[in-house]
Design a protein around this ligand. Structure first.
Ligand code: DGL
Length: 259
């Protein structure tokens, strides 16, 4: 029987926002991390290119890490490439999709916001989620790509820029009844306190990390997980990324080379 870690994949540091939930559900299991930070941000990339890139990165990282399951901790990648990944890889693949369903369940006013990348807010997959789970809600979709860099900067130890955060959130507040905001990009929970501080009133911020961890634990029940630390990999390793990964218990990233 093959033993291996669970591999967490994102374009950058966003996947780190699901690590605590994963460790909570899979105590002691080895987690590995891979990010395609050479090509960040994914949210502004063209779809066909992105599918090819995601397949290439995940295939290489699965081989390099020896993982037994893959968590695509990226809404932008999942809403586009989950089917292709499942077809290509021989291991279970858990995806991340915007938490429209829990947000709709939580909202009293039936006015919710979706804060995500440009790609995610405009995907048919997202439209389908809204029609399926929030058909009776007014959903305000806000593309907030600037917050991806903001989260990367924060994890690199740089101060947040309140002006960038306020400008990114501003379209949400045009709906005075909005009471719940979906953090539909895994980078955004890393800024949760700054987002809440910039909000003109209290709203609920809902993300997908618990759902991802729950689903990963179900999937992991059918595979044999290694214990202890797993490797980390990046397409552009650098000291700031190594420091961010270290804060989440990962070793310094090794370079992942993509042909
Ligand atoms: N963290 C990613 C997501 O969940 C994408 C960030 C990016 O644009 O690269 O959508």
């Amino acid at each position: 029987m093959t033993l291996g870690p669970v591999l967490v994949f994102d374009s950058g540091v966003g996947g780190l926002s699901v690590v605590a939930a994963l460790r909570g559900r899979l105590p002691g299991a080895a987690l590995a991390y891979v990010c395609d930070n050479a090509m960040l941000p994914y949210g502004l990339r063209e779809d066909a290119w992105l599918v090819r890139r995601i397949l290439a990165v995940c295939e290489a990282a699965v081989a390099a890490s020896g993982c037994v399951a893959l968590v695509v901790a990226c809404n932008t990648a999942s809403t586009l490439a989950l089917d292709a990944l499942r077809e290509r890889l021989r291991i279970p693949v858990v995806g991340t999709v915007p938490a429209i369903k829990p947000a709709a369940a939580h909202s009293r006013s039936r006015h919710i916001g979706l804060l995500a990348t440009s790609a995610t807010v405009s995907r048919p997959y997202t439209q389908h989620l809204i029609e399926t789970y929030a058909a009776d809600c007014v959903v305000r979709r806000v593309a907030a790509d600037a917050l991806v860099r903001e989260a990367e900067r924060r994890l690199a130890g740089e101060p947040s820029d309140p002006g960038v955060i306020e400008a990114a959130l501003a379209p949400l507040w045009e709906d005075p009844e909005l009471d719940t905001v979906v953090l539909g990009c895994t980078h955004f929970p890393l800024l949760r306190d700054a987002l809440a501080a910039a909000a003109p009133r209290a709203v609920a911020w809902v993300d997908s990390s618990d759902a991802i961890a729950r689903r990963t634990a179900q999937v992991a029940a059918g595979v044999t997980l290694a214990a202890g630390p797993g490797p980390s990999l990046a397409t552009a390793p650098d000291p700031a990324l190594a420091a961010a990964l270290a804060r989440f218990g990962f070793a310094a990233p090794r370079p992942l080379v993509i042909d």
